[in-house]
Design a protein around this ligand. Structure first.
Ligand code: C2E
Ligand code: MG
Ligand code: MG
Ligand code: MG
Length: 288
């Protein structure tokens, strides 16, 4: 029977694909109870101002610690959460948790511009009808200024039905939240994206930042991306800064903000607070 079913049918029985499919099914089963079981946590990676190296905000990143399977990275489970729709309740929890933390940190560490909090939002969340409600809910429960919430979307999240996506993004921006284009430059339509959607922040993907250790031609690409963001008056964030040479180069390009292991890994809440306290202490005093 399999013989006459043609080549496509054989693919199903490929042992590697079969293993991958089984893993996904198993992960989905485990993920279903993970939120209620308290297995999901957020860690926070600082975003620093390149000119002053002060912490100006954080990006919330999901972590799943399974009691038997151990830590499972978001690159493995977020796609499963998206396919199964579990990303909707999980995303709601992420928004509530991240804004609650931001409110606490904003109170403890007042700044002229309140500390920002970036939250990743996936295609499935954007396509569903509940994101606007969940964002509104998180803003009012936490009381943070809407402009300190940054919603990060990737261009790959937006390949379907552009006008519907544009409408959704406009509703979110009308709340006063900011929008960031994450992993900028890695999709196939980055530039047309920028024309079609109103974004506030450009996050240059770390695959480009790592080019800063290479040839001058490679560095020219980063130069171009930073210039593009500056020309469009967007805030430009470099992702994945790992070396002092990369930092210096980005600073020379007048890139606004940066994230990366050079400054800090994503941190548990108490460690992030320690870092904030240090950043306060190091801050130059405003002239009297
Ligand atoms: P992303 O939003 O582009 O996040 C940046 C990723 O780069 C994070 O991986 C972060 O830990 C990592 N990173 C930061 N600095 C460096 C560095 O200097 N070097 C290197 N090599 N990596 C660095 P992570 O935490 O594993 O997250 C992976 C992706 O999973 C995220 O990419 C995001 O797309 C997704 N994700 C994470 N949390 C959430 C969430 O709450 N909701 C949704 N929908 N997606 C999430
Ligand atoms: Mg992100
Ligand atoms: Mg990114
Ligand atoms: Mg990413």
């Amino acid at each position: 029977r399999a013989k006459t079913a043609g080549r496509a049918q054989w693919v199903v029985f490929d042992p590697e694909m079969r293993a991958a499919a089984l893993e996904r099914i198993e992960l989905e089963r485990q993920l279903t109870g993970a939120l209620e079981a308290g297995q999901l946590r957020l860690v926070y990676q600082p975003v620093v101002d390149l000119a002053t190296e002060r912490v100006v905000g954080f990006e919330a990143l999901l972590r799943w610690h399974h009691p038997v399977l151990g830590p499972i990275g978001p690159d493995r489970f977020v796609p499963v959460a998206e396919d199964s729709g579990l990303i909707v309740p999980i995303g709601r929890w992420v928004l509530a948790e991240a804004t609650r933390t931001a409110a606490r940190w904003q109170r403890a560490h007042p700044r002229d511009t309140p500390l920002s909090m970036a939250v990743n939002v996936s295609a499935r969340q954007l396509a569903g009808g509940t994101l606007l409600g969940h964002v509104t809910e998180a803003l009012s429960a936490s009381g943070i200024p809407p402009s300190s919430l940054v919603l990060e979307v990737t261009e790959t999240a937006l390949v379907t039905d552009r006008s519907a996506v544009a409408a959704r993004l406009a509703e979110l921006r009308a709340l006063g939240t900011r929008l960031a284009l994450d992993d900028f430059g890695t999709g196939y339509s980055s530039l047309s994206w920028l024309r079609q959607f109103d974004v506030d922040v450009l996050k240059i993907d770390r695959s480009f930042v790592s080019l800063l250790d290479g040839s001058p031609d490679d560095a020219a690409i980063v130069h171009g991306l930073v210039q593009l963001g500056r020309t469009l008056r967007l805030e430009v964030v470099a992702e994945g800064v790992e070396t002092a040479a990369q930092r210096d180069r980005l600073r020379a390009e007048r890139c606004d903000l940066a994230q990366g292991y050079l400054f800090a890994q994503p941190l548990e809440e108490p460690d992030a607070e320690l870092l904030l306290a240090d950043s306060d202490a190091a801050a130059p005093r405003a002239p009297a």
